[in-house]
Design a protein around this ligand. Structure first.
Ligand code: PLP
Length: 388
């Protein structure tokens, strides 16, 4: 067998590797606290589950249009209008199996040898992985702890060349929990007006998980880039639906056909019952989302305080998502070595910052999608490991 060369370029998401290792240790009888994987520890709200069951009972068993059922795309458009005061035609929405798929489509649409694609570092590892897979050159946009993990718009704009095809922005962010301030987005967009050849993909999957009343600054608000902006969003995080596999992209009119064709080639459509569940999620009561975000907020305060009390550890207060990205450089140990020690010696699953790019060295990502009690116990164990 001879595999295509590009297969050797594809990376992975280390959180899944840590998850597998943690599960293996659990099977050996070890008590493991998971602060590794990024998924809400809440069940999907019952009315959403019921909507899927009803769809199955009602006979929604067949293929749907590749871009998603119209009632769901209309519900997405109405939700965007309500939250962002931006009118988006339902035909610009392409429903896909999970947030990741919009990312993959956008990157393969623009990536090829000779092209450059900019991505946040530290950032969601699949960006760099898929950029490399296409043969394009990944260009890191460093995120700085001193800026609460925002990029510097000036620095990003200085890296734009005639070969830049796509810039990926993610706010609120994985793995840092940072949110890019609106002023920085304003500056980025103003600069990009001088580079009309550059498309932008804004990964806004954590848009509903923000704290301290700050709200979410969406790139959808900027008229001047709307014809080259792809917005990635989905149900996984907001509605605790990671296993359902449901997401959407808002595509510029000129790219909808390409995204839909990729969908036809890749998966035909998202399973029908899940799409009806997604509609119920958007149109039904939102109190479960509010409760979940309030619970994350409490945990955020606890983990932020506890991490800063650990020897050699410091942590910026996360602005969104459910991750704390702690600086562990003063422990004198590498992020990977600490990740292994925390898991093997402390029974706490975390993810080394280097899993998210070279700028993640000296950091550990803690997902606080776990109970306050477990977070406190995890911090207690980590203190013990650091003491040894
Ligand atoms: N984008 C970011 C920044 C994420 O952190 C994740 C999941 O962790 C995704 C996209 C993918 O979401 P989904 O599980 O819906 O594919």
């Amino acid at each position: 067998m001879q595999l295509a060369h590009r297969m050797s370029l594809l990376g992975t998401e280390s959180a899944f590797v840590v998850l597998a290792r943690a599960e293996a240790l659990k099977r050996q009888g070890k008590d493991i606290i998971s602060l590794g994987i990024g998924q809400p520890d809440f069940p999907t709200p019952p009315h959403i589950v019921e909507a899927a069951a009803k769809a199955l009972r009602d006979g929604h068993h067949g293929y749907t249009p590749a871009n998603g059922i119209l009632p769901l795309r209309e519900a997405v458009a109405a939700d965007i209008e309500k939250r962002r005061s931006v009118a988006v035609h339902p035909d610009r929405i392409v429903v896909v199996p999970g947030g990741k798929v919009t990312m993959f489509f956008a990157i393969v649409m623009f990536g090829e040898p000779g092209a450059e694609i900019m991505y946040p570092d530290p950032g969601f590892p699949i960006y760099e992985s898929v950029i490399r897979f296409t043969g394009a050159t990944p260009v890191a946009m460093p995120l700085y702890e001193k800026n609460d993990f925002s990029f510097s718009a000036d620095e990003v704009l200085a890296k734009v060349t005639s070969r830049t095809r796509l810039i990926i922005v993610n706010s609120p962010a994985n793995p840092t929990g940072g949110a890019v301030p609106k002023a920085e987005l304003d500056q980025l967009v103003a600069g990009l007006e001088r580079h009309p050849h550059v498309a932008i993909m804004s990964d806004e999957i954590y848009d509903r998980i923000v704290y301290d009343g700050r709200g979410h600054a969406s790139l959808l608000a900027y008229e001047s880039i709307r014809d080259r902006l792809i917005v990635l969003n989905g149900w996984s995080k907001t509605y605790a639906m990671t296993g359902w596999r449901l997401g959407y992209g808002v595509w510029p009119q000129g790219l909808v056909e390409h995204a839909t064709r990729l969908a036809v080639n890749d998966h035909s459509c998202v399973n029908a019952a899940t799409q009806w569940a997604g509609k119920a999620a958007l149109e039904g009561p939102q109190d479960a989302v509010d409760r979940m975000v309030a619970a994350f907020d409490e945990r955020r305060r606890v983990i932020h305080q506890e991490l800063n009390a650990l020897p050699g550890v410091g942590c910026v207060k996360p602005a969104g998502a459910f991750y704390a990205f702690a600086n562990v450089a003063k422990t004198g140990q590498s992020a990977r070595a600490l990740e292994t020690k925390f898991l093997e010696d402390g029974g706490v699953a975390t993810v080394a910052g280097t899993s998210f790019g070279t700028h993640g060295e000296g950091f550990i990502r803690f997902s606080y999608a776990n109970s306050v009690e477990n977070i406190r116990e995890a911090m207690h164990r980590i203190r013990r490991v650091l003491g040894n």
